[in-house]
Design a protein around this ligand. Structure first.
Ligand SMILES: Cc1cc2nc3c(=O)[nH]c(=O)nc-3n(C[C@H](O)[C@H](O)[C@H](O)COP(=O)(O)OP(=O)(O)OC[C@H]3O[C@@H](n4cnc5c(N)ncnc54)[C@H](O)[C@@H]3O)c2cc1C
Length: 404
């Protein structure tokens, strides 16, 4: 095997394979090699989306798509005009992989298995003679002339252009730092909130369809479904806060308070509605007549938390109880004491500082002929297929820049 390649890609994950295939397809004469430290590549693709691989999201307006990126919103707008969700769908379809849209906009292979994506990548890599070198751990990157010398666990290789697609890997970040890049410290993004509270302790599995959640003492706020879990709260209303608040919540060591508005109404409006109900439902038990379309078990807990007895009727509740119930419905405060992993899916905020990258080419502004794609850069997204879309977009633009 020649130790000299035109292009070396470090990392055989989503971004690495996508870049390699697109480079090799556009320019068959270039020698392209992927160096992957594992004995197999694409491991995150395999486990992604619960084994189904949530490839992208059915959002076709770049200015809307970028809103899903707490880090990268501004920088990805241009790149999405070059390659975004529609292009991803077409790319896979042209290679025989049909994608389907689920109700919430997430897109998966029709086969419902990530193996389809892996098979597609491996076949395409083979078809275009991409050399995939497994068990190659990259240890050093040295600029040499206009190119690079790369030290690996299996000796050294050289190349003209280098693509770093190593995901969230602290060792590679250190190497990039020694080459002059700023590395934004990594913190977890996408996690659920640990909450030990009587109101939700016995009702895991309950979903409030559309709530508003604020992190008290910050301007973090989100809306969407909320799921009560065995250890706290999850679902989009919480996960969005975990992503957009990744840095702020890490600073607070995951100890903070949230205020949940279960009915997305002002407290005053709610009080008036409850006063009407007091007359209309005078003889009925408060606990038994669920309001606002809330799940029965959640309504019961909020009523009991308002110190309204289980047998109490609407006619018998006093002013304080009525105000307390409206507070529980519109401004319930919960204490968060930690975080948990969301369905084993985790994403890291942090990485190569976006200031160091040209988003027209995904090339380093510090070292020429060095390119980045995927999670190695300081971009991350909420759950829903957006993290992979960042990998596809960056990798595609790298392939264009390199083969121009
Ligand atoms: C359980 C789970 C489920 C997920 N599900 C989804 C989903 O459904 N949809 C979605 O959009 N996102 C999902 N994500 C996030 C998504 O997987 C990542 O954003 C994406 O994989 C990033 O791609 P990447 O190529 O940048 O990095 P990676 O996929 O992490 O690939 C990096 C590669 O580089 C290799 N590498 C690292 N260091 C070296 C080295 N020194 N030498 C050689 N090789 C090296 C690694 O072994 C790895 O193969 C999920 C994440 C997890 C953990």
């Amino acid at each position: 095997m020649s130790k000299r390649k035109d292009i070396i890609i470090i990392g055989g994950g989503a971004a690495g394979f996508f870049a390699a295939i697109n480079i090799a397809e556009r320019h068959p004469k270039l020698s392209v090699a992927i160096l992957e430290r594992g004995k197999e590549g694409l491991q995150k693709v395999r486990i992604s989306g619960g084994g189904r691989c949530n490839v992208t999201h059915a959002e076709f307006v770049p200015s809307e798509l970028v809103k899903n990126y707490p880090r990268g919103e501004k920088e990805l707008l241009g790149p999405f005009h070059t390659f975004m969700t529609g292009d991803t769908i077409a790319w896979f379809e042209e290679r025989g992989v049909a994608l389907k849209i689920e109700e919430d906009g997430r897109m998966f292979p029709e086969s419902n298995t990530s193996q389809t994506i892996i098979d597609c990548f491996l076949q395409e890599a083979k078809k275009y003679n991409v050399e995939v070198l497994y068990n190659y751990v990259v240890k050093l990157i040295n600029p040499k002339g206009n190119g690079f010398s790369v030290e690996t666990s299996q000796g050294h290789l050289e190349c003209d252009k280098l693509v770093v697609a190593t995901g969230s890997n602290p060792k590679i970040w250190n190497l990039l730092k020694s080459l002059g890049h700023t590395i934004v410290p990594a913190v977890p993004s996408l996690f659920t909130f640990d909450i030990n509270d009587k109101r939700i302790k016995d009702i895991p599995g309950v979903v409030a369809k559309d709530v508003e959640v604020k992190v008290l003492g910050t301007d973090l706020v989100s809306e969407g479904p909320l799921l009560v879990t065995h250890v706290g709260m999850s679902a989009p209303a919480i996960l969005k806060l975990s992503a957009f608040g990744a840095i702020e919540l890490a600073k607070r060591h995951y100890n903070f308070e949230i205020e949940v508005n279960f009915i997305k109404q002002d407290m005053e409006v709610c009080i008036n509605t409850l006063k009407d109900l007091k007359h209309k439902l005078a003889k009925k038990q408060v606990v038994s007549f669920t309001q606002y379309g809330l799940p029965k078990r959640l309504w019961k807990q909020l009523v009991l938390a308002s110190k309204i007895g289980e047998a109490q009727r609407w006619a018998d509740i006093n002013k304080e109880q009525l105000i307390e119930l409206s507070k529980q419905l519109t401004a319930s405060v919960f204490k968060v004491t930690g975080k948990s992993t969301f369905k084993e899916e985790f994403v890291t905020a942090g990485g190569v500082d976006l200031k160091d990258i040209s988003f027209k080419t995904f090339e380093s502004k510090i070292v020429s002929n060095l390119f980045f794609a995927g999670e190695v850069i300081n971009v991350d997204a909420v759950t829903g297929g957006f993290n992979f879309q960042n990998a596809w977009t960056g990798a595609y633009i790298v392939s264009q820049s390199i083969t121009k």
